[in-house]
Design a protein around this ligand. Structure first.
Ligand SMILES: Nc1ncnc2c1ncn2[C@@H]1O[C@H](COP(=O)(O)OP(=O)(O)OP(=O)(O)O)[C@@H](O)[C@H]1O
Ligand SMILES: [Mg+2]
Length: 222
């Protein structure tokens, strides 16, 4: 008798400081997966829903109207809640492969540690936003802040205004998160060429998918 196997959805997030290559790798991996007939859903945080894209614009506000640090964290959380409830969680329920450019690790690293709002609080609030769902794998693109700044040259932004000490703190927190996440994180040397990085990520994703298929019970049709 024929059997059907429903592989549950997989959520992969790309993390790292500004300019580390997250968007580059998310796009490359989505393309390579498409070559193998896996159509991944690519989203970015904050973004991908009308509410979250509006929040993204608010976060770009500079000068006297710029959100303070608490408001900044809650804006990111609001965008995340909307994205998870409307897009990511339903897609995972349908068995989709979701690639996310950033995830709650950014809130923990930038607002929790970098802005001093507390890493435990940032994590707890983020998980309310995601309904408790964490990525199955976080790809941490680890890059020295000086190299990241060189790659972003010409794009003076809010992050740059906070100074290199801030990004060094954020990078340290990302590495601490990866150590604690054990098998659910992959740290990649982001100084490597983009194609080399992509191959490493794809090898890890193939291993993850193989493990998933083996762990998924095959169901006989009723
Ligand atoms: N492995 C790499 N080696 C050299 N340059 C790279 C590499 N990956 C990406 N870049 C370049 O570095 C710049 C930043 O890359 P990208 O936009 O992907 O980073 P990001 O992490 O998404 O940044 P942001 O946080 O600002 O969105 C781009 O100009 C990109 O072409
Ligand atoms: Mg990007």
């Amino acid at each position: 008798m024929a059997t059907t196997a429903r592989v549950p959805g997989i959520l992969i997030a790309f993390e790292g400081i500004d300019g580390a290559g997250k968007s580059t790798q998310a796009a490359l991996v989505a393309d390579r997966l498409a070559d193998t007939k896996t159509r991944a859903l690519l989203v970015r945080e904050p973004g991908a829903t009308p509410v979250a894209e509006a929040v993204r614009r608010l976060l770009l506000e500079r000068g006297k109207n710029a959100p303070g640090r608490e408001a900044e964290m809650f804006l990111y959380l609001a965008a995340r809640a909307d994205l998870y409830r409307r897009v990511i969680l339903p897609a995972l329920d349908r068995g989709r492969f979701v690639l996310s450019d950033r995830c709650f690790w950014s809130t923990v690293a930038y607002q929790g540690r970098g802005l001093g709002l507390g890493v435990a609080k940032a994590r707890a609030l983020s998980l309310i936003a995601t309904g408790g769902r964490e990525p199955d794998l976080v790809v941490l693109l680890d890059l020295a802040p000086e190299e990241a700044a060189a790659r972003r040259r010409g794009k003076a932004d809010r992050i740059e205004a906070r100074g290199s000490r801030y990004l060094a703190e954020v990078r340290a927190e990302f590495l601490a998160l990866a150590r604690r996440a054990r098998g659910k994180a992959m740290v990649v040397n982001a100084h490597l060429p983009a194609d080399t990085i992509c191959l490493k990520i794809l090898a890890r994703l193939r291993a993850l998918m193989r493990r998933r298929r083996r762990a998924t019970p095959r169901r006989s049709p009723a």
